[in-house]
Design a protein around this ligand. Structure first.
Ligand code: SF4
Length: 329
């Protein structure tokens, strides 16, 4: 098997907070706690969970948009966390980001050409203006943007076209890893499929590895090879996409799947996930999911379940993984 392009080990991002507005007592929000994964060329890792589950903090820590509190990040075998200055600048060419919102992520005062060329300019990789223009036009062609748009501004484009500009900006330096942060959630359903297919095409052509962050399990199922399910900053289930969607082990994963809008066998809306995500400033004891879990027993509020391998490559953090009935009711 090939070496991972990205290896993340026990990644942590903790935020110290005050317990109350007038309290001196300190607490820690564990926005990303002990997250580990590997990513190989041509592979897509999906990270799913509700809003506030830690997906975005994990992604921002991995690419060092924010500095992690602990853990290791190896990019092509090199210690990414230890890098500084020119070495970090060089390494950042290999890991790029596609933002969620194509409406706010593009500078309205820059032309399409300058937006796509910005990473080339920062990296200083083009020997002259002719090479810069050639690489911009080549990338525009790859993402299906009409070359006559090169001097236009973002407001002149639809959401789908703006996301194509965002993708062009992310791939123009030919990175190894692209982090896609909810890249289609702001787009119409009809456009989503086109953008997903475009991402898959690049993966096939350029061997890109993706981290695909989404709350939409339907989209993740379609694109991801492996999936991490996160809850309150921790990974609660991990596995091959096909296996995880066919045989979800963790009650939270099952609840997320049940929350995907659909009708059950009787034609009634399927059960949604009950209750709200607890405050990360005051998380539940033991299993973080026990306040919402229909299977919770006494031990669940007392003991933190380990993320353990239940079948080959399929891990779950539940005291009763593999022993739960298929339905709570
Ligand atoms: Fe539910 Fe207990 Fe499993 Fe947590 S450990 S998911 S509370 S059954």
């Amino acid at each position: 098997m090939s070496q991972p392009v990205l290896k993340v080990e026990h990644l942590k991002k903790y935020y110290p907070i005050r317990k109350g507005a007038f309290s001196k007592e300190k607490a820690v929000v564990k926005a990303c706690d002990d997250v580990s994964f590997e990513l190989r060329a041509g592979e897509t890792l999906g990270i799913v969970g509700e809003s506030g589950c830690g997906k975005t903090t994990t992604m921002q820590s991995v690419i060092r948009l924010i500095e992690p509190t602990g853990g290791a990040i190896l990019l092509n075998g090199q210690d990414f966390r230890a890098m500084k200055g020119a070495e970090l600048k060089q390494a950042r060419q290999k890991i790029k980001l596609i933002f969620q919102d194509p409406y706010s992520s593009l500078n309205p005062r820059m032309t399409v050409k300058d937006i796509i060329a910005e990473p080339l300019d920062i990296a200083g990789v083009c020997k002259d203006k002719a090479e810069r223009d050639r690489r911009v036009l080549e990338t525009m062609e790859q993402v299906g943007l009409d070359l006559s748009y090169v001097n236009r501004y973002p407001h002149e484009f639809s959401g789908g076209q703006r996301q194509r500009i965002g993708i062009a900006r992310a791939i123009v330096l030919r990175p190894d890893v692209v982090v896609c942060d909810e890249p289609v959630s702001a787009l119409d359903v009809s456009i989503q499929a086109k953008i997903i297919n475009l991402l898959r095409q690049f993966q096939h052509d350029l061997g890109l590895a993706y981290i695909f962050i989404s709350h939409d399990l339907g989209v993740v199922r379609h694109i991801a090879d492996r999936v991490l399910v996160m809850y309150l900053g921790r990974v609660v289930e991990e596995g091959e996409s096909r296996e995880l969607f066919a045989h979800p082990l963790h009650p939270y994963t099952r609840a997320l799947l049940d929350s995907v809008p659909r009708m059950d066998a009787d034609g009634r809306p399927a059960a949604a996930l009950q209750g709200d995500v607890p405050s990360p400033a005051d998380p539940p004891s033991g299993c973080l999911f026990h306040t919402r879990c229909p299977y919770a027993k006494e031990v669940c509020s007392e003991k933190v379940p380990e993320l353990r391998e239940c079948s080959l490559g399929h891990k779950c953090a539940c005291h009763f993984a593999g022993a739960l009935p298929l339905n709570a009711n």
